[in-house]
Design a protein around this ligand. Structure first.
Ligand SMILES: Nc1ncnc2c1ncn2[C@@H]1O[C@H](COP(=O)(O)OP(=O)(O)OP(=O)(O)O)[C@@H](O)[C@H]1O
Ligand SMILES: [Mg+2]
Length: 199
């Protein structure tokens, strides 16, 4: 397994959002999580990546992880290229490997022409491409994505699903929260988050 969450509980005050939720993600698999607005999908992902502590329960992870949050978290005054440099340093990537990955992602998601643009001046969809590319930059073993494509145009949207298929072939596992699961065939498992648990 690459990720195991056991008996996760999370409450905000009296509001119980997650109740005794358990989940296991295996190598080279793609899992989807669907569920209505407010069902707790983003809360679950924040706990899985360690951003929030669960009220009870534990999370175990193997290997490197990449996370693309639902709320774009970028620095408005930095350019696209500066983001790659900053995240590459945080992932401790050698300069040549960083440059290769950066060029590949800029090309694959077709936003190379914005490399010198500050994030404050990017369109919503382009900022989302950068948000996703930063999660993919270091070739993680597990990718955790929270609705990463709502602003994508159709071509980028289909490329996104193709990319997930390629990642799976290269043994990466993916956990993706999505409202529209159109590409059902790519998934090994689709969970529904309901009443605090995955069904
Ligand atoms: N920081 C917080 N403080 C209090 N309540 C919160 C907090 N974050 C989330 N919640 C509550 O937890 C519940 C689950 O929220 P969450 O964002 O996880 O839902 P979601 O399934 O991701 O929804 P969406 O599909 O709209 O993204 C909601 O009722 C929300 O109001
Ligand atoms: Mg959410």
């Amino acid at each position: 397994m690459v990720l195991r969450a056991e008996h996760i509980h999370k409450s905000f005050g009296k509001k119980k959002v997650l109740e005794d939720l358990s989940l296991e993600v295996h190598p080279a698999t793609i899992c989807g999580i669907v569920g209505e607005n407010g069902s707790g999908k983003s809360t679950l992902l924040k706990i899985l990546v360690g951003e929030w502590k669960p009220s009870k329960g534990r999370v175990e992870m193997k290997g490197q992880m990449g996370y693309c949050p639902q709320q774009i978290s970028l620095y408005s005054q930095l350019t696209v290229q500066e983001h790659f440099r900053y995240f590459g340093a945080a992932y401790r990537m050698p300069p040549d490997a960083l440059k290769d990955r950066q060029e590949h992602l800029l090309d694959y998601f077709n936003f190379g022409k914005y490399r010198s643009e500050r994030v404050a001046h990017l369109s919503g969809g382009t900022a989302q491409k950068l948000n996703l590319s930063l999660a993919l930059l270091h070739d993680p073993d597990l990718l955790i994505l929270d609705e990463p494509y709502s602003g994508f145009d159709w071509d980028t949207y289909t490329r996104f699903w193709d990319y997930l298929g390629q990642l799976k072939k290269s043994s990466c596992s993916v956990l993706v929260v999505s409202h529209f699961i159109t590409e059902k065939s790519i998934f090994d498992r689709i969970y529904t988050l309901e009443n605090g648990r995955l069904q």
